[in-house]
Ligand binder design. Structure first.
Ligand code: PLP
Length: 381
């Protein structure tokens, strides 16, 4: 049996007619960049997430950068994030010119550990002009936002959430149910095709709680200009295009169903892996975490990760390692002074994590096959 990590063809087959009609409407309209189709999608996203403002941009990476530029974060400022995430999180901080700082993670959740963040924020608040906290909801699981929000408030730090992988994840709070990307002042979403809500190319969104900040992001995404050929700031070209917005509008209607299916697939994995006794043989399973998790990835931890990955590949099961190198050890950050051992939990998880196939259409038989292959690997040791 061949099982891909993600099967976008199965998804497209189910919505082909809707997508084709939406794309045709954009060609009929001939308005390709920003415009009514983009505005409609922004409004749909505002309603879906409960954010005060939703601004379509060219990618999730740009969404992070534009949030920092809107805050006028620069060389005298520090941004604290996790070393265990996709590169773009840290890249946006360095591109904005700010000092890049890390806290360590909790290996059970793969997200920032508040105890570790507390110490980093305290030092940063003493040394930097302003401090931003950039938590990542990795693999689709909310970071511990109540603890992190308290810490940020204590140290006067604004929060920019990297919600690229977590669209639709939510938690009950004192202020009602809140979605990933709406806990902080800003939230960044990615619609990269493999994301839970994926475009037909690059696309992203800034969610924002304040009118003035939203205005700045709108300005910055169009070269600092909202009046033709008058530039109030130096911005970038990062506009959402109408074809992407049209495709995303169609897919947004299915997102809750797809996220529910992902949670069910995760629960099925968990049940079968436990039934096979693998949790007692060194396979660490991700916590299910209810609606706080939308399972963009289903990631286990195992000591002999690379050997297991090979055994799965031989059996036709595609897996992936997100991420093999912690960001503090990336060559491009070598001059920032980080060393091996600085963030031991993140380093360990880089050695042990393995993403198994997960997508809404993944069948019970496919899950059985993956689990049986993992069980056979452990029996053979
Ligand atoms: C955690 C995280 N942050 C940021 C990004 C950047 O998003 P994009 O690829 O849309 O630029 C991604 C996705 O690729 C991501 O996974």
């Amino acid at each position: 049996m061949r099982i891909p990590l993600l099967d976008l063809k199965a998804q497209h087959a189910a919505i082909r007619a809707e997508v084709e009609a939406a794309v045709k409407a954009v060609f009929d309209d001939q308005q390709f960049v920003l415009g009514a189709t983009v505005e409609r999608f922004e409004e749909e996203m505002r309603a879906y997430t409960g954010a005060a403002h939703a601004i379509g941009v060219a990618s999730g990476s740009d969404a992070l950068l534009l949030a920092l530029l809107a805050l006028e974060i620069g060389p005298q400022d520090a941004v604290v994030t996790t070393p265990f995430t996709f590169f773009a999180t840290a890249g946006s901080i360095v591109r904005a010119g700010a000092r890049l700082l890390f806290g360590d993670i909790d290996p059970a959740t793969f997200n920032l550990a508040p105890e570790s963040v507390a110490a980093v924020l305290r030092d940063a608040a003493r040394e930097a002009r302003r401090v931003v906290l950039m938590p990542v909801h990795l693999y689709g699981r909310l970071a511990p936002m109540s603890a992190l929000s308290l810490l940020a408030a204590e140290h006067g730090a604004a929060i920019v959430e990297d919600a690229a992988q977590a669209i639709g994840a939510r938690a009950a709070t004192e202020r009602g149910s809140r979605m990933a990307g709406t806990f902080g002042l800003f939230g960044a979403l990615s619609f990269f095709p493999s994301k839970n809500l994926g475009a037909a190319g690059d696309a992203g969104m800034v969610l924002c709680e304040e009118e003035e900040m939203a205005h700045r992001v709108r300005l910055l995404r169009t070269h600092g200009s909202l009046r033709r050929y008058v530039h109030d700031r130096v911005g970038v070209n990062s506009r959402l295009d109408a074809l992407q917005a049209a495709v995303l509008s169609v897919k947004l209607k299915h997102l809750e169903t797809w996220n529910r299916a992902r949670r069910e697939r995760a629960a099925a994995y968990e049940r079968r892996l436990r039934d096979a006794g693998l949790d007692r043989q060194g396979v660490v399973l991700p916590e299910l975490a209810g609606e706080e998790h939308v399972f963009h990835q289903f990631v286990i931890r195992v000591e002999r990760r690379d050997q297991l990955r090979e055994a799965l590949a031989e059996a036709g099961v595609e897996t992936q390692v997100y991420y093999p190198v912690p960001l503090h050890r990336q060559p491009c950050f070598a001059d920032l002074g980080f060393r091996d051992g600085d963030f031991p939990q993140a380093e360990r998880v880089c050695r042990e994590c393995l993403a198994l196939p997960i997508f809404p259409e993944l069948s019970d038989d496919q899950i059985d096959y993956v689990v049986e292959t993992i069980a056979a690997f452990h029996r053979a040791r």
